[in-house]
Every structure is written in structure tokens, then in C-alpha cells.
Design a protein around this ligand. Sequence first.
Ligand code: TXD
Length: 319
Amino acid sequence: MARKKIALIGAGNIGGTLAHLAASKELGDIVLFDVAEGIPQGKALDLAQCAPVEGFDVNLKGSNDYADIAGADVIIVTAGVARKPGMSRDDLLGINLKVMKAVGEGIAANAPNAFVICITNPLDAMVWALREFSKLPHHMVVGMAGVLDSARFRHFLADEFKVSVQDVTAFVLGGHGDTMVPVVEYSTVAGIPIPDLIEMGWSTKERIDAIVARTRAGGGEIVGLLKTGSAFYAPATSGIEMAEAYLKDKKRVLPAAVHLSGQYGVDGLYVGVPCVIGAGGVEKVVEIKLNAEAQANFTVSVDAVKELLVACKAIDGSL
Ligand code: TXD
């Protein structure tokens, strides 16, 4: 059976890390695409020289030509600009919307059957725009944010409870931004919901609320520390988990920015909710009942996404 093919559109901090993770896991042959000449080619060659040491057998190619993504099974999009201190994710919209138009057209022309994972910020708007520009089926285009946000939440919770990260599950909803909704009632240690753990004296509501706030601000905390860009190791790891769910038909239940067509009372937007990802792309949207507080927070998140789409349509009349 021929190897799978993974195309990475954007060979920057996240793109290079995606390539290394995909190669180390032998997920398939890899094409690194970028508009910057030399960067994709240099990173592909450098990564290929890891192979003898790590033992992976995949082809790595760097390219500035969309024709080289032809036939990709999975495409992960990080093309665009990243935040610097003082910038919000939404500040990136004007520049990155134009990038999504070019990327969407490149995908439509060369790899229309791919499963596309968008990472570029502002994520909830960029994944929607990428789907519009590429015209791929809605269930074959998703946004990566919830896996990262829940990974951040799970890290802080495991640290708080002094338990293995493997036994901490987290549930986040909504947009990838300050309005994201970590749902503590559905977040657990080995199936024990956080409210029960608080009653058991493992933590307090105040400490958990502080962890929720730190999770919401997780991206900005790293931008403030790095100063030259934003997080890229955990975003890349999160994107690879979604790609693997598709490539291996794992039917993972993961939080992702998916197209809603009535679920959660939302129609025509991409919003972060739990979904099942397998060989059919987004195979199912998991629609849970939300308590009043979670519903209110989710509605704030949805309204923030709607405002981003209004901004997109004001910039590009074709949307
Ligand atoms: O959870 C999430 N979704 C977020 C997403 C987590 C972290 C970072 N988030 C966003 O991902 C971030 O705000 C950026 O919008 C993207 C990529 O972040 P990265 O850190 O990888 O940015 P880099 O290192 O600047 O890389 C971007 C690359 C760079 O090499 C550019 O030359 C290239 O994108 N680029 C393009 N490639 C193809 N086509 C076009 N038009 C283009 N423009 C720039």
C-alpha cells in the first residue's frame, strides 16, 4: 500500500514542528510548502537528515509550488503571520484572510480530496474562510484549537492534582480565544468530575477558576514570554493528533472547530465543539446539554465568532 501524503502549508515554527512529528511517527510522505524561498527546502533537507538517526522512512520535500501538494491525504495549514506581544489573535485577520484565499485556491486546484486541518489565527474565522475559498465539503475542513486548549487545561489540572496527565480529561467548547469555555463538570480525573474532586478536598473552586482563567490566557502567556512569536510545540502536537485520527480512522472524540448546521442552535459557523474524527473526516458532532453558565459562555463565544465573520465579509466581498 502506497504511503499516505501529508502537505504542510506554512513551514514556519508550527509547520517545521509538524513535519518533524509526522516524520518521526512515519505518518506518510511530507511536503512542506511556503511562499518563503529556501525555508521549506532547508527544513525538509534538515529533517531528512534526522531519518538515519531516528530510523523513519518517509520522503520529505520542500516546495514553493502548489502542484507539489497534489494528491495529499491530509493538509495542515499554518500559513500566515503569528502574534507578537500586544497583538490579539483578531489583529491577524486582515493579513491572514488574504493568505487563506491563496491557500484555499491552491488546495481546490491540487488536492480537493484532502482532510484539511486549519491552524492559522484567528482560527474560528480562518477555518471558515478557508472552507469557503477551497469549496471542500464542510466535514473535510476543521480547525485546530480545542485539542490545544484542552491540553493546556489538562496540564494545569494534572499539576494541581498531582496526578498523571494520562488520567486527566478536559472538555473545552467555543472559540479559540478569551471566550473559550472550559467545562469543569465534564472535565475529570479518571472519570471523577472536577466538582466532585473539589468536594473531596482535592482543590477549591477559586483555584480551579484560576486554572480556567490561565487556560483562556494560555496563548498570550507564551507570546509574552517568547516575545518573537507564539506557541508552536503544543499547537503542532495537537494538529498531529487530529491528523492521526483521520489517517488511522481512529474515530477519536476530540474538541475541534467544526462546521455547525443547527447543532447547539448554531448554523453556518465554525465553532469549537466535541466531534468524532475518523476516515470520513468529521463523522459526527457531539451535542451535549449545557448548563446555564456553560450555555451563556458558549453564546458569548459564538457571538465573537460571528463578529469575526462580519469583518471577513467586509474585507472580501466574495465571502
Ligand atoms: O491553536 C491555534 N490554532 C494557534 C494558531 C496556536 C498557535 C499559533 N497559531 C497561529 O498559527 C499563528 O497565529 C499563526 O497564524 C499560525 C502559524 O504560526 P507559526 O508560529 O507557525 O508562524 P510562523 O513561524 O510565522 O510561520 C508562518 C509561515 C511563515 O513561514 C510564512 O512564510 C508562511 O507562513 N506564509 C505563507 N505560506 C504560504 N502561503 C502564504 N501566502 C504565506 N504567507 C506566509
